[in-house]
Design a protein around this ligand. Structure first.
Ligand code: ZN
Length: 156
């Protein structure tokens, strides 16, 4: 996405910089050797994500993502992997729900627990980008359903 388009999307320079930083330097990029694998794509935009998650004792012990996507989906994946690391399944599902509410414009939410992912709140103004931002979260929810030791590939 061109920077001018990002300017249009996000009023706050700080939010814009955070998104650009995560998209250009994704955290937890790559694939784990253990854990489950979920492939998911967003046909509307062409975003493709492969998420590998290693769950141990009901917690996200390790997580990594690869694939290719637009600025929003890449930044969202990067932000998500940072914030869910070490969290329990229940906590992850709560965060996924909170994120989904944020990007669909629900007001008066306590976003502190979302970490850098809260910088994507401007997506609420652009409904066509919501799917880009929720793609990694949906992949993670599927990974939690699949469980720890199994290898599974899901295409949507
Ligand atoms: Zn996208």
């Amino acid at each position: 996405m061109a920077l001018s388009k990002l300017n249009e999307l996000y009023g706050s320079k700080f939010e814009q910089m955070a998104i650009r930083d995560h998209a250009d330097h994704p955290r937890n990029a790559g694939e784990l050797q253990v854990g489950c694998v979920v492939d998911l794509n967003n046909p509307t935009c062409g975003d493709v994500i492969r998420l590998t998650v290693n769950l141990e004792e009901n917690k996200v012990k390790d997580i990594a993502f690869s694939g290719h996507g637009c600025t929003i989906s890449t930044a969202s994946a990067s932000m998500m992997t940072e914030v869910v690391l070490g969290k329990s399944k229940e906590e992850v599902l709560e965060l996924a729900d909170l994120f989904s509410k944020m990007v669909t414009g629900q007001e008066e939410l306590d976003l502190d627990n979302l970490g850098d992912a809260l910088f994507l709140k401007g997506v609420a103004k652009f409904p066509q980008r919501v799917k880009c931002s929720t793609l990694p979260w949906n992949a993670l929810k599927k990974a939690l359903e699949v469980g720890s030791a199994s290898l599974s590939e899901i295409h949507e």
